[in-house]
Ligand binder design. Structure first.
Ligand code: SF4
Ligand code: SF4
Length: 134
């Protein structure tokens, strides 16, 4: 098992997540209600309640390098279900923003296959570009 190291840089990243999202990640007590209602949990590398735990432990990179913030649909079910009033969707948004601000594209317009361009509705592209490109 890898050793957990809470470094200064880890803490700065946690502070940034808190500042951008406006949420107190430390009030999560791991009840799992967010994960049990999440329609995307089955597709996520790290489910929402696990993501909260990693963030509390300073492991922001682990969550932001996973597909979790990108697979999140921003449906707010987790935020509505959380008994601690944590807006987990806002935390996912903060994680996306932090990556996008490094000029990272999760969806790159030039990498979309021609067959996909032919079958997907234009609104899907507009939505993906707004959320997943800098
Ligand atoms: S907002 Fe994202 S993380 Fe929350 S329930 Fe919806 S898909 Fe899951
Ligand atoms: S529902 Fe809220 S308190 Fe429960 S695990 Fe999710 S974030 Fe933590």
């Amino acid at each position: 098992m890898s050793e957990l190291k809470v470094t200064e840089s880890n803490l700065e990243k946690v502070d940034e997540v808190i500042r951008i999202s406006g949420q107190n990640i430390y009030s999560c007590y791991q009840c799992g209600k967010c994960t049990s209602g999440c329609p995307s949990a089955g597709l996520m590398d790290i489910v929402p309640s696990q993501a909260m735990k990693f963030l509390q432990l300073g492991e922001v990179e682990k969550v932001s390098e996973s597909n979790t913030p990108w697979v999140c649909l921003s449906c707010f079910i987790c935020s509505v279900r959380c008994p601690k009033g944590i807006d987990i969707a806002a935390i996912m948004e903060a994680l996306r923003l932090m990556k996008l601000r490094t000029n990272f594209d999760y969806v790159h317009p030039n990498k979309i296959q021609e067959e996909e361009r032919e079958i997907l509705p234009p609104i899907a592209f507009v939505s993906a570009f707004r959320k997943m490109t800098p």
